[in-house]
Design a protein around this ligand. Structure first.
Ligand SMILES: [Zn+2]
Ligand SMILES: [Zn+2]
Length: 348
């Protein structure tokens, strides 16, 4: 089979290797579709502390496919079943894990980081991922394109749950990429008064029109603060989500938020650029709530799958580009160019 190994920064090699063996408590899946996430791009460029130098690793944690082999002791799954796999696998015994927050486990494993991930034809599903409930059947009628988005969607859902959006809320999302779009879809479904998206790229804003009735602000053409005032009758945003990795946007978010509003710092900042001069008096005098989330729990992953299954919005359209595994270098270059929305590796 073919597997694409990350072998060091900006270096991915496609190799012909043996199909992985599995034990009686594991499963083997044939990958059908795996998306390139911002995390994959960061690892590709800068590495990851859980991938020691000199180790090669198959990246990709947004993945779906079909079970081709079930270990003798595994119950509840069968060959031929279409599945999606939640990427974070906690130790199962720490306080975070027993509360269901396996993504906050200090000793976590993850597909595409400490386990080989989705950029290979066949992927071994280790026993702990099987027994912790990471493997989820894809509902009938749901395409692989929709199901593969459950992972990033679940991360947005984690943030959404912290924000308690109400029907009276003006919601501002800064960053009109695929993540911004998923936040927007969630808040619109929740009945927010208005969902406003801001971005410097008119191209990206244009693409958002396919996913809902959003108010779009092109910040290359007008000041965000002025446009926001106009769109909220001078009120400001009750909810602001930073769906980008730009430090100055965090500073700006405090200014744009209405009194008693909530802010989600969703996009992590590049390491070394995360000391940001925030005007904390804005938090104080406006009684703002600032939250942040990273990743998602397995429960949130399951919820995300159900939300995708029941919604009309054509979320699959977020995948704008598909590449074969042999062209994975090109796929990474494309993903990093910011031209399309989501880039995927598609297998036969
Ligand atoms: Zn991801
Ligand atoms: Zn744990």
């Amino acid at each position: 089979m073919k597997a694409a190994y990350y072998c060091g920064n900006e270096n991915i090699q496609v190799e012909e290797v043996q199909v992985p063996d599995i034990t009686d408590r594991e499963m083997l899946m044939k990958i059908k579709l795996a998306c390139i996430c911002g995390t994959d791009q960061r690892i590709y460029r800068f590495g990851h502390f859980k991938i020691p130098k000199g180790t090669k690793r198959v990246l990709g944690h947004e993945l779906v496919g079909e079970i081709v082999k079930v270990g003798k002791e595994v119950k509840g799954y069968k060959e031929g079943q279409r599945i999606a796999v939640a990427p974070n696998v906690g130790c199962g015994v720490c306080d975070m894990c027993v509360q269901g927050y396996s993504h906050m486990c200090p000793d976590y494993d993850a597909f595409g980081i400490s386990f080989d991930g989705g950029f290979e034809e066949y992927m071994r599903i280790p026993s702990e991922a099987v027994s912790h409930g990471n493997v989820l059947p894809i509902p009938d009628g749901m395409s692989y394109e929709e199901a593969v988005l459950a992972e990033p969607f679940s991360c947005c859902f984690n943030s959404f749950q912290m924000l308690h959006t109400k029907p009276t809320d003006y919601v501002l999302i800064i960053g009109a990429g695929p993540i911004g779009a998923m936040h927007a879809i969630l808040h619109q479904r929740a009945g927010a008064a208005k969902v406003i998206m801001a971005d410097l790229s008119s191209l990206r804003l244009e693409q958002m029109k396919a996913f809902g009735e959003f108010t779009l602000i092109d910040t290359s053409k007008e000041e965000l603060e002025d446009a926001l005032k106009r769109e909220t009758n001078g009120h400001g945003a009750d909810v602001v989500i930073t769906a980008c990795s730009v430090p100055s946007v965090q500073i700006q978010a405090l200014e744009l938020t209405a009194p008693m509003g909530r802010i989600s710092f969703f996009g992590g900042l590049p390491s070394g650029r995360d000391e940001v001069g925030l005007h904390t008096n804005l938090i104080h005098y406006k009684e703002l709530t600032v939250v942040a989330t990273t990743g998602s729990s397995i429960k949130q992953y399951r919820d995300a799958m159900n939300i995708i299954a029941s919604q009309a919005s054509d979320i699959a359209g977020l995948i704008t580009d598909k590449y074969a595994i042999d062209d994975i270098q090109e796929a990474f270059q494309h993903a990093m160019s910011g031209k399309g929305l989501k880039t995927a590796i598609k297998f036969d």
